[in-house]
Design a protein around this ligand. Sequence first.
Ligand SMILES: Nc1ncnc2c1ncn2[C@@H]1O[C@H](COP(=O)(O)OP(=O)(O)O)[C@@H](O)[C@H]1O
Ligand SMILES: [Mg+2]
Length: 263
Amino acid sequence: MTPAPATPAAETPVIELIHVALRFGEKEVLSDVNLQVNARERLVILGQSGGGKSTILRLVLGILKPTGGNVKFKGLDVGRMGRRRLNKMRQKVGMIYQYSALISSLNVRDNLALPLEELTDKTPSEIDDLVMEKLTMVGMADARDKMPSELSGGMRKRVGLARGIMLDPEVILYDEPSAGLDPVISSVIDELIIELSEKIGATSIIVTHEMESAFKIGTRMAMLFQGRVLAVDTPERFRDHDHPVIAQFISGSTEGPILEASK
Ligand SMILES: Nc1ncnc2c1ncn2[C@@H]1O[C@H](COP(=O)(O)OP(=O)(O)O)[C@@H](O)[C@H]1O
Ligand SMILES: [Mg+2]
């Protein structure tokens, strides 16, 4: 596998959050988030449960609009896109949900066919070919005719990955991709995420609170805390970061500013 080429500093980031704020009523979830995601990198966003990580992904997809600041996709303001432009943008962004979110009444083939039927003019036989291609990429070709209920958690996750890449996205957003999986299956999924992102040449944002996955998958890491990005850095530098919040989060220690802040 060839490593992703370094992005020249002058290139427009694929995704950019500029002074993003988001409140739900009285509650301010994000107060000032600044983040740039460059082509082909895998940016891991770390942060506490309830800290606003999934919210960031929804902002990128334009499902939520920021109450302050701007979210940009390839230089275009997502919050100002009309319905058509937003749909076009969403076709380029694959979303992998925390719990694979497959439709339980449809078999695997029909679940994967759905985005193609809704958003493209492909014929059923072209769709069949693409379904098999993506299922093969995630090692699930045999599951084509199965119902979601017949699959294990790890298998459902693989099918969820396949569904997320049906439209050959330029960007893949992963929300807690290894949530609820045992450590071995979780490692397999981590490797699959790396492999897929390299094969497709996609830019990825991975939200997680699982350190082992984070260090394995990420080419860069960002720490979200109290509505702000505290630091963005390489995994190497995150490993022994001198910011007390990051150090505590990485080590999983009960001693430090994180619990203090939530008291
Ligand atoms: N649609 C919503 N309406 C009101 N509050 C919400 C909504 N979505 C998320 N929240 C709140 O925003 C905070 C951040 O949520 P979320 O982004 O899901 O956190 P994370 O993914 O980091 O666990 C939580 O306190 C959550 O309850
Ligand atoms: Mg979440």
